[in-house]
Design a protein around this ligand. Structure first.
Ligand code: GLV
Ligand code: MN
Ligand code: MN
Length: 404
């Protein structure tokens, strides 16, 4: 008797729990994320799927009972890594629902006329190496391998070293046209990360678009000095500037309706109670449905940050780490998915997904499952058991329609 979606989720509920921050921390290539990947591989093997981890660390598990050529495949899946102190469902729900959907398709005795693959993409959050959707960006060539391999985590490890330690060969990382050519359609199920479905009192939605988003690394340079001996008039304190930058970010966002702008990481260096920092590293996340507005917001933040820095005898640098334009999902596939999940509302999302990267290359769709708290990237993210099952059934309905 195959497990329900909730039953499968219960098996991984404790993996990566973070006793310090609360919630779950599963950075890519950490023991928690690897444990989840091994669990997923084992689940795929139990279902007699053919499992392969490619050069970019993407897991592919094929259900192809008719032994068809691996072209025009229907692919479904998500990610297992998390933000620091995140929720239990962002990523794993899509992987677990994909497994459950395979069980349901088998129960329904679906005879697929196209191959199906469950896929798991590494580093969707970019919480370790800074760039979101790293696996799908590598696969599609959106991020060149030579740039990716040099990315460093907060401890200074390069992606190349971390990948090697996880058993991957960095020389095999990069654009993979053969893998991309196998995909005929990609459908990602994901926990909803806002209140859309709660407000509409519906369990499952179909995605219309992902709003454009980007990440910028800002560095405020000042002069490190002694907290007790340096008079206020003599200070060039980058923390004072960085604090103003945070407020500038909020003001500029408020002046451009629809903007979401966040400073979620703020790191004085060297970081001592009795030390005036020599620099502050800040990471800026800006999102808006219109890419031109995102660009204008970032430019204005840079201008006002520069003025704030000059007032304290500091300087500021701003460096674009990643930029993803607004993605409108394939209308024909979206309409097919809507027809398969009657009554499902169509929602845009402000969260990024591997589906958004793949959408530039293959017809792509997403399903969202209701999150009663409306909160995500936090331990408060939640999905009720019944809704998790409804999501898997909807996914099985969609996959079944695409496979036959
Ligand atoms: C990932 O969830 C993101 O939107 O940053
Ligand atoms: Mn996320
Ligand atoms: Mn996610």
């Amino acid at each position: 008797m195959p497990e329900t979606t909730a039953g499968l989720l219960a098996q991984i509920a404790d993996t990566g729990r973070d006793a310090v921050r609360g919630g779950w921390s599963r950075p890519v290539f950490s023991s928690a994320e690897r444990e989840l990947l091994e669990w997923s591989q084992e689940q795929c093997t139990r279902r007699e799927l053919d499992v392969d981890v490619d050069g970019n660390g993407v897991l592919w598990a094929w259900w192809n009972p008719a032994g068809l050529p691996l072209v025009d495949a229907v692919v479904t899946g998500s990610h297992l890594d998390s933000v620091p102190g995140g929720g239990a469902f962002d990523g794993p729900l899509g992987v677990v629902s994909a497994l459950r959907a395979v069980d349901l398709l088998r129960q329904r005795q679906v005879a697929p006329t196209r191959p199906l693959a469950v896929a798991v993409f590494p580093e969707e959050e970019g919480s370790r190496f800074g760039i979101a959707c790293l696996g799908s960006r590598l696969l599609t060539g959106a991020l060149p391998a030579d740039r990716a391999l040099g990315l460093r985590d907060p401890d200074g490890n390069t992606l190349a070293d971390a990948a090697r330690r996880a058993g991957l060969d960095p020389h095999r990382m990069g654009r993979d046209d053969a893998a991309l050519a196998r995909i005929g359609a990609f459908v990602e199920l994901h926990v909803e990360q806002g209140r859309g479905l709660v407000d509409l009192a519906a369990p499952v939605a179909v995605a219309s678009s992902i709003i454009g988003h980007g990440r910028w690394r800002m560095t405020v340079h000042g002069r490190g000095d002694h907290a007790g001996t340096t008079l206020l008039a003599d200070r060039r304190d980058p923390v004072v500037v960085a604090a103003q930058v945070v407020l500038v970010v909020r003001s500029v966002a408020a002046e451009h309706p629809g903007t979401r702008a966040t400073v979620g990481r703020f790191q004085p260096v060297p970081g001592g109670t009795n030390v005036i920092a020599s620099r502050v590293d800040l990471w800026l996340d800006v999102r808006h449905p219109e890419d031109a507005v995102t660009a204008a917001v970032v430019e204005e933040i840079g201008r006002r940050a520069g003025a704030a820095a000059a007032g304290e005898g500091c300087t500021v640098e701003i460096h674009e780490e990643s930029l993803s334009p607004t993605v409108d999902f394939d209308p024909a596939l979206r309409d097919r998915v809507r027809a398969t999940v009657p009554g499902a509302p169509v929602l845009a999302t402000g969260a990024g997904h591997d589906a958004g990267i793949l959408a530039e290359h293959v017809p792509t769709a997403m399903l969202f499952v209701r999150n009663p708290t409306g909160v995500s990237h936090s331990p408060e993210e939640h999905v009720e058991d019944d809704d998790a099952e409804r999501g898997s059934v909807a996914l099985a309905d969609v996959l079944g329609a695409l496979l036959t």
